[in-house]
Design a protein around this ligand. Structure first.
Ligand code: HEC
Length: 150
């Protein structure tokens, strides 16, 4: 009598637990399916966006300017030195390409900044004058940089 009363209750509890377990596993399954769906959707969107926009340009124009040991002013002067063909007679390394007088590697030891600026402005001794090609600022930048070569 007691057993028959307890049994259905017991079975009810059992089946209740198992239903809960089934629901729980179904919820997990649905969650997993939903999650993978979201991931697939995200992957699909990313793929489309990548294909649509192509490769974005990453190189910036300033990256092409080489850094130099002289800092910003030195880099600017070196640019002027290259752009104005000073290198064609004095060389990229300042060693001089048309005789010993064109070696500027230790020019700061024998000439002042003002003497160097004068040479750049007026030229002479085979060197062209630059006062019509360079601004006073640019002459000073070059003279400043060259006078630091000692
Ligand atoms: C066509 C060749 C030529 C070019 C281009 C040239 N130079 Fe010269 N430079 C010379 C010669 C040659 C001398 C030597 C002059 C002398 O002995 O009187 C000289 C001398 C100098 C001197 C003085 C050196 C010294 O010991 O007295 C400086 C500084 C100088 N150049 C800087 C420059 C700069 C800066 C530029 C570019 C803006 C430049 N040169 C472009 C040929 C050139």
């Amino acid at each position: 009598m007691l057993e028959t009363q307890r049994d259905p209750a017991h079975r009810h509890n059992e089946s209740g637990r198992s239903r809960a377990a089934v629901y729980a596993s179904r919820r997990r399954l649905r969650a997993a399916v939903a999650l993978s769906g979201v991931l697939l959707l995200a992957a699909g969107l990313t793929g489309c966006a990548g294909g649509g926009t192509g490769v974005a340009p990453t190189a910036s124009p300033s990256a092409a300017v080489p850094a130099s040991e002289g800092g910003d002013a030195g880099a600017k002067a070196q640019e002027l030195f290259t752009a104005n063909k000073c290198i064609s007679c004095h060389g990229v390394d300042l060693a001089g390409r048309v005789g010993p007088s064109t070696n500027l590697q230790k020019i700061g030891a024998t000439q002042t900044k003002e003497q160097i600026a004068e040479q750049i402005r007026n030229g002479g001794g085979g060197m062209p004058a630059y006062k019509s090609k360079l601004s006073e600022d640019e002459v000073n930048q070059l003279a400043d940089w060259l006078s630091s070569k000692k």
